[in-house]
Design a protein around this ligand. Structure first.
Ligand code: CP3
Length: 357
């Protein structure tokens, strides 16, 4: 045996252990299960309500120092394993010049709903420089975050289309579906335009330094698998294929029946809501002969309002069921509810970090 010579090239410093979230996203087992919460920045935090006082949501999203501060708040308070850029799915639409506002307690409201071939043809394009404030916020955050990864995100074409067609939040997405079934050519033109905008939004974030992206197709669960495959999947696939170099998470609500199709869209990690146990989600996502799927989820956000004993039982169950996956990022099955006690979120992080992945 030849002894390793003293002069062997060595790195100047030992490499830092990779962040647990990035290890899990790559389908490996980190030192402890990684955990973050969708909507971890926001109204559950008194420090958020304080800095947002008198500043409209969209104005906040285009003010880099404020985006940086609000994004950092849950990282400082809870010690979560990732930051998620404070922004909104309608930010790229606003940046492109489409008339959208975010109305407190309601959500996005569109000045002129997009329901015709002419309206789709008239949609503006999004130039990367219209997102300079977002890119600047990402750079500020990378400088502050150290080893904690920064997640960027965008709304998927279907969820954005629903807001544009309905003109605001919708329970049944009836106008959206009516357009989809009656005028498939206009539908596909709209989703293609939105896929291009979404791609630009994500590419600007990646170029500025986000280390993971999540594509939110929050309302895709309103569709059957057949319709999802025909009317949505090609457009989401195009977005995911155009974003390279970072792990990609694909998430929707009520998507138990869509999980295989959402995996096929090309993400590395599939987000699961609380309706399906993670071991069953893994079963549905498994491709014979393929690598074990990586999942994110799936605590019911409402459980956080129950007694601690119930919260602890549910968190332990989810970490147990997640062991069926190739990698598991612990999260909620949808966003933090505004009336959640932030102390419970901090306690969940401590509990998850004490468990074996
Ligand atoms: O911490 C994080 O998760 C990052 C921030 C984030 C926001 N919106 C901030 C926000 C993220 C990831 C989003 C995405 C988003 N926005 C989605 C997809 C995720 C999901 O929840 O399904 C959707 C559908 C929207 C559209 C939207 N924007 C809604 C439904 C609302 C809530 C309206 C309300 O007041 O109840 C918003 C506004 C919004 N986006 C707020 C925040 C913190 C609340 C505005 C405020 O604080 O005044």
């Amino acid at each position: 045996m030849t002894p390793v010579p003293d002069t062997a090239a060595r790195p100047a410093e030992p490499a830092a252990a990779p962040a647990p979230l990035l290890v899990a996203a790559a389908g490996a087992t980190p030192a402890h299960p990684p955990v973050w919460f969708m909507r971890q920045a926001g109204r559950s935090l008194p420090e958020y309500r304080e800095v947002r006082e008198g500043i409209p949501m969209l104005q906040a999203c285009f003010t880099p120092e404020l985006v940086c501060e609000i994004t950092m708040q849950p990282v400082r308070r809870h010690g979560v394993d990732a930051a998620i850029l404070f922004s909104d799915i309608v930010v790229p639409l606003v940046a492109a010049g489409i008339g959208v506002d975010i109305v407190p307690g309601t959500g996005p409201v569109v000045a002129e709903p997009v329901r015709t071939e002419a309206a789709v043809a008239g949609l503006p394009e999004l130039r990367p420089d219209q997102l300079d404030a977002v890119a600047q916020a990402v750079r500020l955050l990378r400088a502050e975050l150290g080893d904690t990864p920064l997640i960027g995100f965008a709304g998927a074409p279907f969820t954005l289309a629903s807001y544009l067609i309905e003109g605001g939040p919708s329970r049944h997405h009836e106008r959206t579906k009516a357009l989809m079934y009656s005028d498939p050519a206009t539908w596909h033109a709209l989703l293609a335009a939105l896929a291009t905008i979404t791609t630009t939004f994500l590419q600007v974030q990646v170029a500025a330094g986000v280390q993971v992206v999540q594509l939110f197709d929050s309302w895709a669960g309103a569709l059957s698998e057949r319709d999802y495959r025909e009317f949505v999947l090609p457009h989401s696939s195009r977005v995911l294929a155009a974003v390279q170099g970072v792990p990609k998470i694909h998430f929707g609500v009520g998507t138990s029946e869509l999980l295989p199709a959402m995996r096929e869209a090309g993400a590395d990690v599939v987000g699961v809501d609380w309706r399906l146990p993670l071991d069953e989600a893994v079963r549905r996502l498994t491709v014979p002969g393929g690598p074990a799927p990586v999942v994110q989820g799936n605590l019911d956000p409402a459980v956080l309002l129950a007694d601690w004993d119930a919260v602890e039982r549910e968190v332990r169950r989810i970490v147990d069921e997640g062991r069926a996956a190739g990698g598991h990022i612990v999260n909620l099955g949808h966003g933090v509810l505004p009336n959640t006690d932030p102390a419970v979120l901090t306690r969940v992080v401590e509990l998850v970090h004490s468990l074996t992945p």
